[in-house]
Design a protein around this ligand. Structure first.
Ligand SMILES: Nc1ncnc2c1ncn2[C@@H]1O[C@H](COP(=O)(O)OP(=O)(O)O)[C@@H](O)[C@H]1O
Ligand SMILES: CC(=O)N[C@@H](CCC(=O)OP(=O)(O)O)C(=O)O
Length: 246
């Protein structure tokens, strides 16, 4: 049985329903490996504002200086990850919280230090350790990476999920968000291909947070992940992205 990766946006963490936990249990009973990659963007922005730190995003990526990196690590590893782990524990689902420094699970490199600061993309994973961990429990991984010299980097969670899905050859990737799917004039588009995504992007249908999300989804599909779901519920297909129209 293949690996299923679920990216849970910061907003989505606060909106998880019983369905979500039931679906995870069903997948584990079917012997799927399951890896959750969590976000925390809204929570990082909220605490930054409370503390008087400037919130700035460029092309959907948070500009991350040294103080913002510290705050990002605190929120992801001190607030959003434990929140998700607590919910999994309450649902009696065995899970393990993970980050880049655990056995160098995620290595990375700067995207463009002059423009974004300590923002990275994932360049490598510790595949044997991750595979081994996922045999016995669900992994809950933060979107942070570490460089070869031990510098932490803030990674967009959609990008992290897409690269990990590619490197672990996941069967399916879910991008769980706060909308029912990719919308056009208020209605969910049920089927997408990379070509259709390019068309919607050029027609300005895809805006704000959905742009980097769909770019990550297309990258995952182009690198061999069979299906990417963009949805607000694991039990509802939402928008399904595949290489060819089905
Ligand atoms: N065509 C579109 N369809 C759906 N959502 C869209 C679209 N264009 C822009 N969006 C916005 O993208 C948001 C999802 O992206 P984002 O807020 O970054 O999610 P997350 O925090 O889950 O990663 C939606 O809430 C919506 O406001
Ligand atoms: C570089 C970068 O932008 N990193 C993101 C990481 C968290 C994230 O992506 O969370 P959501 O999925 O909830 O948006 C950030 O700092 O917001």
């Amino acid at each position: 049985m293949g690996l299923i990766i679920v990216k849970i946006g910061g907003n989505a963490i606060d909106q998880l329903t019983a369905n979500f936990f039931d679906q995870l249990r069903t997948w584990r009973q079917q012997h799927h490996q399951v890896l959750l990659i969590h976000g925390g963007g809204p929570q990082i922005s909220a605490l930054s504002q409370q503390l008087g730190l400037t919130v700035e995003k460029r092309n959907g990526l948070r500009v991350t200086d040294a103080a913002m990196l510290d705050l990002t690590k605190m929120v992801l590893l001190g607030v959003t990850q434990p929140k998700l782990l607590t919910k999994l524990a309450q649902a009696h689902i065995p899970a393990l919280g993970l980050n880049a420094a655990d056995q160098r699970l995620l290595t990375g490199d700067w995207v463009n230090q002059a423009r974004y600061g300590h923002v990275g993309h994932v360049t490598g994973i510790n595949q044997p350790v991750l595979q081994d961990l996922l045999t016995n429990q669900i992994g809950v991984l933060a979107p942070l990476a570490m460089t070869a010299t031990g510098q932490w980097l803030n990674v967009n969670a959609d990008d992290a999920a897409a690269v990990v899905a590619q490197k672990l050859q996941a069967e399916r990737l879910y991008l769980l968000t706060d909308v029912a799917g990719v919308l056009q004039e208020g209605a969910v588009i049920h089927q997408l291909t990379p070509q259709k995504v390019a068309m919607l992007m050029s027609n300005n249908v895809i805006k704000s947070g959905m742009q980097p999300k769909l770019k990550a989804a297309v990258a995952a599909i182009r690198s061999g992940v069979k299906t990417v779901h963009i949805t607000n519920q694991l039990t509802v297909n939402g928008t399904v992205l595949t290489q060819e129209a089905e």
